[in-house]
Ligand binder design. Structure first.
Ligand SMILES: Cc1cc2nc3c(=O)[nH]c(=O)nc-3n(C[C@H](O)[C@H](O)[C@H](O)COP(=O)(O)OP(=O)(O)OC[C@H]3O[C@@H](n4cnc5c(N)ncnc54)[C@H](O)[C@@H]3O)c2cc1C
Length: 420
């Protein structure tokens, strides 16, 4: 009998996992995917669309069901509400029509790729005075504000405090104070470019803030020693150790350290919080992130895997890390279900791999494992990183998440060794 694989979530990590599981495990498995929406949100490229005055809902959401259908994978449009790991069951409510009743589905292997909640609701004043780029609705609000209402005032860009989970069962990990600070740095660069192009100012209008000692700490010291002098040379304001955001108000932001910052636009990256129903499970850490080793497997429930932002080892919360994890999950499941599976499986190599937009068709490329104790540290800026960022989106959409084996290594090779 075929093993039943259930994948929860179908954005970056879930779709990639589902597609690679089919590729690796072949027809030894029946695969079912559940997500509450039937399109993929290509989040990392939303800012590019906003600054180009395009509604990201028109360009950054793509349909994925035909890829799953062609793989023979079943898709359920539903809201996952409960996981019972002792009885290997998941409870969900179909959400196509109002009034559906809760259903259950059993599994032999479970892949949790549900991402996190972005806790804007914990920031007083966000709905009235905040902006962000984390989905197409919010992105489009920024687009409208910038292009129709912006009065030329100061702009603050930064993160709220992240609460990383703890568990003695987790591998040793560095501790992050912010969930993902590549995006605020990226948005600061492209915002300065937008201000200049629209004759509304330059980097001097923008202040980057962070709850920690330093922004983007996970980029490692060598990269920060290049990046931070450049940022201050361009005239950006820089505020550290805010401890987190207390509230937003019309004229600015009040921080938990008691200080405040004047800002017409407040662009916020919030705390990344686990979904409520993942808290307190025997597979979760003390915050609700799913405990795994670097093979993305839970130590107590080896049939449970996690990848992407929902996994506790995904720090910082980066889509590129989720992608690597999803491929590992696929190989681990293939090894479990196929007697003839002889591929070697490498554990996750934690690192930051990131392509950021800087406006005017330029970008930065960052590839480092220094924060985890490694000695790789590459930062490049120019036209090539921008092309790689656009190219990865195109490849991801074309291959429905199953970017072929050469996709990521080629991007890394060009980024690490190529001319920019
Ligand atoms: C502005 C911004 C820019 C970024 N830029 C980059 C970048 O340049 N490079 C990079 O690597 N990363 C970047 N990231 C981070 C990246 O977007 C995330 O790491 C990535 O989206 C995580 O993928 P995921 O699949 O784990 O989670 P998600 O993308 O959050 O997907 C989770 C999926 O689960 C579904 N789901 C959630 N709860 C339920 C439920 N209860 N029932 C059913 N379905 C559910 C959701 O609908 C969704 O489809 C950026 C993030 C932001 C906010």
């Amino acid at each position: 009998m075929k093993s039943k694989v259930l994948v929860l979530g179908s954005n970056f990590a879930g779709l990639t996992a589902a597609r690679f599981i089919r590729e690796e495990a072949k027809d030894a498995v029946n695969i079912t995917v559940i997500d509450r929406k039937n399109y993929l949100n290509f989040i990392p490229n939303i800012p590019i669309e906003v600054f180009s005055n395009r509604n990201p809902a028109n360009t950054m959401e793509f349909e994925f069901q035909h890829f799953l259908k062609s793989d023979g994978t079943e898709f359920i449009l539903g809201n996952v509400e409960k996981i019972d790991v002792d009885n290997k069951k998941v409870f969900y409510t179909p959400n196509e029509r109002e009034g559906a009743d809760q259903e259950e589905i059993s599994y032999d292997y479970l892949v949790i790729a549900l991402g996190n909640k972005l806790a804007f609701d914990k920031i007083e004043g966000f709905a009235d005075f905040g902006h962000t780029f984390s989905d197409t609705v919010y992105g489009n609000e920024v687009r409208r504000y910038l292009h129709e209402e912006y009065k030329g005032g100061p702009i603050a860009i930064g993160s709220d405090r992240f609460h990383q989970g703890q568990s003695p069962k987790l591998p040793k990990l560095p501790q992050a104070i912010a969930a993902c600070e590549g995006p605020p740095v990226e948005v600061a660069f492209s915002m300065a470019d937008w201000l200049e192009k629209n004759n509304k100012g330059d980097a001097k209008k923008i202040t980057l803030f962070t709850p920690g000692d330093v922004i983007a700490e996970d980029a490692g010291k060598k990269i920060l020693d290049q990046l931070l002098p450049m940022v201050s040379g361009m005239g950006y304001g820089y505020k550290t150790n805010t401890q987190g955001i207390k509230r937003l108000y019309k004229e600015g932001i009040e921080f938990l350290d008691g200080s405040s910052l004047e800002a017409e636009m407040k662009i916020i990256f919030p705390d990344w919080e686990p979904h409520d129903f993942l808290k307190g499970l025997p597979i979760s850490d003390d915050q609700g992130f799913i405990i795994t080793d670097f093979y993305m497997q839970n130590p107590d429930y080896p049939e449970v895997f996690a990848c992407g932002d929902a996994a506790a080892v995904t720090v910082p919360k980066l889509g590129s890390t989720g992608h690597s994890e999803a491929v590992i999950v696929a190989k681990m499941i293939a090894k479990a279900v196929r007697d003839d599976y002889d591929k070697e499986i490498e554990p996750l190599h934690p690192q930051v791999l990131c392509f950021g937009d800087m406006g005017s068709n330029k970008g930065f490329y960052m590839h480092t494992d220094e924060w985890w104790g490694g000695d790789m540290s590459i930062l490049k800026m120019g036209y090539t990183p921008y092309l790689l960022k656009i190219g990865f989106k195109t490849a991801y959409e074309m291959f429905g998440g199953r970017v072929p084996g050469w996709g990521m290594p080629a991007a890394e090779f060009i980024g690490d060794h190529g001319f920019v």
